[in-house]
Design a protein around this ligand. Structure first.
Ligand SMILES: [Zn+2]
Length: 109
């Protein structure tokens, strides 16, 4: 499934340009057990230490050395620049709104 920042109705300067779905080692989300196999990013593949957000439960996550994910620790989040924290929170709330509309049957599956 191809996703884009537009799908979340957000504008993110770092997500402008082409958005790609990158294959990552298949593993469950540590927060909701959804099987994760792809990460949406720019041209660059995700690298260990990068953060991401689960599209199912909106949990903030961080890539490990083997490109699996762990829940982003509070201190890791606090260490991010405030603008990045705002972007993460903005995307998380957009995902939650998208999923709520989807559950209401008002968005395409
Ligand atoms: Zn999840």
């Amino acid at each position: 499934m191809e996703l884009s920042a537009e799908a979340f109705e957000v504008e993110l300067p770092w997500a402008s340009g082409s958005v790609h779905s990158h294959e990552v080692p298949e593993h469950p989300c540590p927060a909701c057990d959804t099987l994760l196999s792809h990460a949406t990013a720019g041209e660059q593949r995700p690298e260990p230490g990068d953060f991401t957000i689960c599209f199912t439960c909106a949990a903030p996550l961080k890539f490990t050395e083997d490109l699996q994910v762990v829940v982003l620790a509070g201190e890791d989040f606090a260490a991010l620049p405030p603008g990045v924290q705002d972007d993460l929170n903005h995307v998380r709330s957009s995902i939650l709104r998208f999923q709520a509309r989807r559950e209401d049957g008002r968005a395409a599956p």
